[in-house]
Design a protein around this ligand. Sequence first.
Ligand code: SAH
Ligand code: DHB
Ligand code: MG
Length: 228
Amino acid sequence: MDATAEAGDRWTAVDEYISELLVGADPVLEAALDDSRAAGLPPIQVAPPQGKLLYLLAKIVGAGQILEVGTLGAYSTIWLARGLAPGGRLVTLEVNPKHAEVARANLARAGLADVVTLRLGRAVDSLAQLESEGAGPFDLVFIDADKETNPDYFRWAMRLTRPGSLIVVDNVVRHGAVIDAHSTDPSVVGTRRLNDVMAAERRISVTEIQTVGSKGYDGFALALVLGD
Ligand code: SAH
Ligand code: DHB
Ligand code: MG
C-alpha cells in the first residue's frame, strides 16, 4: 500500500487542524517551505506538529548544543534552533550543495545564521571531524538523513552526547516496512540494524512511536542517554 492510498485525506486534514489551532502560522517557516519547493527540493521535511515537537524537546532538555544529521531546506533546523537555550548553538550536516544553499538562505531569513553552522559533506565525515575537534557534548541529536547509515549515525550520536541527552531518529516505521525481516530495501535494512544496535545499547532508554499525518504512516525513535 503506498503512502497516499494509506493516508487518505483524513490524516492530512487532522494534521492541518492541529497545525492551525496549536502550532500556529509562521511566516518564516512558510517562506522556508515555499523557497524549498521553488528550488525543487523534495517535500520530505517533518510535518509542522513534529517540528513543534522537536522545538519542545529542545526546550525540555534546555539544549545549549544541538546536532542535526540531514538538513534539507533547514525546516526542522529552524524549529530545533528556536528551542535552543539563550546563547545556544546548532550544527547541521548536509551532503547536497543545492540543499545546503537553500538551507543557508532560509536560516539567514530566520535570523539564525549566527546560531546555526551548516557543514557540507558526507555526514559520517563531518561527524568524525566534529569528534576530532572536541565538539559537543550535544544535548539533543536529530538523525534524519539517509536511512541506510542510521546505525553509524546512532553510534556517532552516542560518542557526541552525555548522560541526559536525547537522540531522536526520524522515519523508523516507513508504512510498517520495518517489520519485514527479509526486506532488501537499504532503508529498511538500515532501520532494522539501527533498532538492533539500540536494543543492545545499555547506555540508553529508548522507545519508538508510530505516527500518522500529512506524511503518511511512519514513526520516530526517542532515546535518552543514561550514565554508564
Ligand atoms: N531534517 C530535514 C529533512 C532532511 S531530508 C527536515 O525535516 O526539514 C534528508 C537530507 O539528508 C537530505 O537533504 C539529503 O541530501 C541529506 N543526506 C542524505 N545523505 C546524506 C549524507 N550521507 N550525509 C549528509 N546528508 C545526507
Ligand atoms: C524521506 C526521508 C525523510 O527524512 C522523510 O521524513 C520522509 C521521506 C525519503 O527519503 O523518502
Ligand atoms: Mg525524515
